[in-house]
Design a protein around this ligand. Structure first.
Ligand code: SF4
Ligand code: SF4
Length: 112
């Protein structure tokens, strides 16, 4: 099992999560972060740090199964991120917006 980042991270990207991860398994895209499921030790300390409540265990009933593949796929192509960067200025406006994956996700890498 592992934890995964889901829809509500998109365009929020607060990045509080990266500072607490003991195994540095977050990877950064242009407008969201993902967790490498094979590196995550399932400690759960990142969950309460996320202001967008976007991180869940992959087996959580609220998590659609495609999120595990999404996290693994992009963790393998985006750069690792170890320190919190700048939160987008409009992050709070996007917090809770619907259909972010379908309408707003960017597959481009971010700055590690
Ligand atoms: S704290 Fe939450 S919203 Fe921010 S980057 Fe991490 S998972 Fe995404
Ligand atoms: S559950 Fe633990 S190991 Fe996994 S991403 Fe969160 S802080 Fe890192």
């Amino acid at each position: 099992m592992a934890h995964v980042v889901t829809d509500n991270c998109i365009k929020c990207k607060y990045m509080d999560c990266v500072e607490v991860c003991p195994v540095d398994c977050f990877y950064v895209g242009e407008n969201m972060l993902v967790i490498h499921p094979d590196e995550c030790i399932d400690c759960g300390v990142c969950v309460p740090e996320c202001p967008a409540e976007a991180i869940f265990q992959d087996t959580d009933d609220q998590v659609e199964s495609h999120w595990l593949d999404h996290n693994r796929k992009y963790a393998e192509s985006w750069p690792n991120i170890l320190r919190k960067g700048l939160t987008p200025p409009d992050a709070d406006e996007w917090n809770g917006a619907p259909s972010k994956l379908a309408e707003h996700f960017s597959p481009k890498p971010g700055d590690g």
